[in-house]
Design a protein around this ligand. Structure first.
Ligand code: ATP
Ligand code: MG
Length: 701
């Protein structure tokens, strides 16, 4: 029996993390290796910090005085018992000798690369912890030989491959700061991020793989460098990883005289110790409060912001979350269908599983290519225990395989699968219920779907159902994203910053400082932007951190995310979250997914407008659908929320991370209402496929 939410142990753990963060996080800190153990969990910075560049001078830092190497914690410590043969002398710590060391880990798989796209001749490849460490030592030596050192930024512009993970780990090994820019971003966007980060070097692969074929990256990098040449030149040049074995892709030559370096050649020279090169045997620790990486946000709501993560808080909280929230064990295998360039991928393809010593699948493909069974076959063939994907991916799978025939196919065994995590966007109850039911039938005993809410800024989920081995999880409430997690002091407040205590009443979801250890330190070289984006709104009104999302809590403390703050619509003076209406629309059997925005209305101010993707085998026409959806909305939400119009489209416009471009759709609807139907609409550079815009624009009346 699962206990009621108020007495559930997850509540007690959460409370303890907030009432006594010092002992809570110091205990968690004992599960990572410190080159110097921190003096306390949270407190004033121990040294003159460059806070003015990224964050707030007045704030404390996590694990002050601590010295840590994230790469050491991801690789070395699993391969060699500490101290490693090559590590610098460690300050003896009374806290870490107990860290378990498992000699079999050197031979265990760290990453399994799966690339089911037809251009890849080798569709599966693995690397062990031992081999990953050797490669990272050599690659870190390559970076050093090119003049990259502690605190320098290195931009990583690659796709989902083992080499990308190695590049990231090599950068952190030497105390440099990595900035992953999603491979395939247009040159202009790459240039913006190169310039903003002032990176010293770029590591890129010769191509990425998209459904339409290999996309050569070198011309994109060359063009980006040309764009920013007058303002910033990465002094250490570009390291090219030439991808072989890909059909229709001939890796281009690199030109050393132009500061271009060939990954394979440099690795060989470094292994041989030529020209003063040598592998970087030891991991270089940095201060806990030093930046580990910067990651630009998706940009769904405006210009991308360079979120800075600190080394110590990141390692401790990810290590804690992967075991105590995600319920992973060392012999488990996680498949996260995200990208290293998004926070979910960065945290849970790479760092979470490696900090634990578990295995991770790097998936370079699409969830419905070659067909909607690829995820299930991957789970079945490799014994995946944890699957983490986005609701949009699951909707695509359901759209292409509504009867879940691929999940039930002969030879597909999903018994290893314990949890299906969903994040990135709101998950409507329909999809959570459907896959929850399928998992209970086909997955491991007690398998569940776990909607978890987070952001680039938070670095880890803010709310979810905790799957601790220590207790049975809370009962899922489809449509809600679970309850707040350790370190996340979630409040729902009104415009004046006053807390809303009434269950079910929607308000702004804010976080009370200090922010969790995984959360951002600030914005890269942009303290003013940090204040403006997150703190100004409630300055003097509680001092909350603004997430930009609106939500409500139910009587049991479960949080439902309704919409982004600016996606609320106002119908005849009623504020409605578009997410709630979307959940009802997608409950219609013929609708695969939808986006609801407010359309201007002379009588009511705004009325909901729905852009829908209908199932391939839909039965009703759009008009009939609208009628039955409105009947349903009347019952579920109230007559006020009835749709003013429904338009069908083959595809919704999305960011590359799978978020629906509501602002763009809203602009189309508003333009049409003003008789400016053909006016160009704004869309973010992260758009996945801009060709979907024109037909939608044409169909909106
Ligand atoms: P930008 O801040 O640049 O506009 P973004 O907010 O889309 O971009 P991310 O940090 O990738 O960039 O996304 C975080 C946002 O995604 C959250 O603020 C929230 O709106 C949404 N989100 C993430 N997970 C969930 C979830 N489980 N349920 C509802 N919304 C979610
Ligand atoms: Mg955001």
């Amino acid at each position: 029996m699962t206990s009621t939410p108020s007495s559930h142990p997850q509540k007690a753990v959460h409370s303890q993390s907030l009432t006594d963060p010092e002992s809570f996080w110091l205990k968690a800190a004992n599960d990572v290796h410190w080159h110097r153990h921190p003096d306390r969990a949270f407190g004033p910075s121990q040294r003159t910090r460059d806070t003015a560049r990224h964050g707030r001078e007045s704030d404390g830092v996590w694990f002050p005085g601590g010295q840590i190497s994230t790469t050491f914690n991801c690789l070395d410590r699993h391969v060699y018992p500490p101290p490693t043969p090559h590590s610098p002398p460690l300050t003896p710590s009374p806290h870490t000798p107990h860290l378990p060391f498992d000699p079999s880990l050197a031979k265990r798989v760290a990453f399994r690369h799966i690339s089911p796209l037809p251009w890849q001749t080798v569709q599966e490849r693995t690397i062990t912890y031992g081999d990953a460490l050797e490669n990272v030592q050599v690659l870190a030596g390559v970076l050093k030989s090119k003049g990259v050192g502690k605190g320098d930024v290195v931009t990583v512009y690659m796709s989902e491959s083992i080499e990308t993970a190695l590049a990231i780990l090599a950068i952190t090994r030497i105390g440099a700061v990595f900035s992953v820019v999603f491979g395939g971003f247009a040159s202009k966007e790459l240039a913006k991020r190169i310039e903003d980060s002032k990176c010293k070097m770029i590591i890129t692969s010769s191509c990425g793989l998209e459904p339409k074929g290999p996309v050569p990256y070198k011309p994109l990098v060359d063009e980006a460098l040309r764009i920013c040449a007058s303002r910033h030149v990465p002094a250490s040049g570009v390291l090219f990883q030439r991808r072989h074995g890909i059909r229709d892709h001939e890796p281009p030559a690199v030109d050393n005289s132009r500061n271009e370096w060939d990954w394979d050649e440099e690795m060989t020279l470094t292994r041989k110790g030529e020209g003063g090169r040598s592998p970087c045997w030891a991991s270089h620790p940095v201060a806990s409060e030093d930046p580990l990486y910067l990651l630009y946000t998706s940009g769904s709501t405006g210009n991308p912001k360079g979120v800075v993560r600190s080394a110590g808080g990141h390692a401790v909280s990810l290590r804690y979350y992967i075991e105590h929230i995600f319920g992973m064990k060392k012999d488990d295998l996680i498949l996260t269908t995200s990208s290293f360039g998004w926070v979910v991928g960065c945290s849970y393809i790479l760092f979470g599983p490696l900090l634990l010593g578990a295995s991770s699948i790097i998936f370079e493909g699409k969830p419905i290519l070659p067909d909607a069974g690829i995820l299930w076959r991957t789970v079945s063939n490799h014994g995946v225990t944890h699957l983490f994907t986005a609701p949009t991916a699951l909707r695509a799978v359901r759209g292409a395989d509504p009867d879940a025939a691929f999940m039930r196919a002969a030879g597909v065994n999903l018994k290893s699968l314990r949890t299906l995590f969903l994040a990135g966007e709101r998950s409507e109850p329909g999809i959570v219920e459907l896959y929850g039911k399928l998992l209970r039938e086909l997955g491991a005993p007690g398998a569940n779907v776990n909607d978890n809410y987070w952001s680039t800024e938070s670095g880890n989920p803010i709310t979810a159902l905790q799957i601790s081995p220590a207790f049975a999880p809370l009962v899922a409430k489809p449509g809600s994203a679970g309850v707040p997690l350790p370190g996340m002091d979630v409040r729902i407040v009104d415009e004046e910053g006053k807390e809303i205590s009434k269950a079910g009443e929607m308000g702004n979801l804010v976080l009370a400082p200090p922010l969790a250890p995984s959360a951002l330190l600030g914005l890269w070289h942009n303290p003013a932007g940090f204040e403006k984006s997150y703190w100004d709104r409630f300055s003097g009104k509680g001092g909350w951190f603004d997430t930009g999302d609106s939500a409500y809590r139910d009587a049991d403390g479960y949080v439902t995310i309704c919409a982004r703050g600016d996606d609320l619509i106002n119908v005849a003076a009623h504020r409605l979250g578009t997410g709630l209406i979307e959940a009802v629309v997608t409950a219609h059997p013929d609708i695969v997914e939808c986006c609801v925005v407010g359309a201007p209305d002379p009588a009511k101010g705004q009325v909901p407008f729905a852009l829908v993707v209908v199932a391939q085998d839909h039965k009703a026409d759009v008009k009939t659908m609208m009628k039955s959806i409105n009947d349903h909305i009347r019952q579920e939400v109230g007559p006020i929320a009835q749709l003013g119009a429904v338009i069908a489209t083959g595809k919704l416009p999305k960011t590359r991370s799978g978020k629906t471009l509501r602002r763009t759709i809203r602009a189309m609807v508003e333009n049409a209402a003003e008789g400016k139907k053909d006016q160009e609409v704004p869309y973010p550079p992260t758009i996945e496929d801009k060709d979907v815009l024109a037909p939608i624009q044409a169909s909106i009346e």
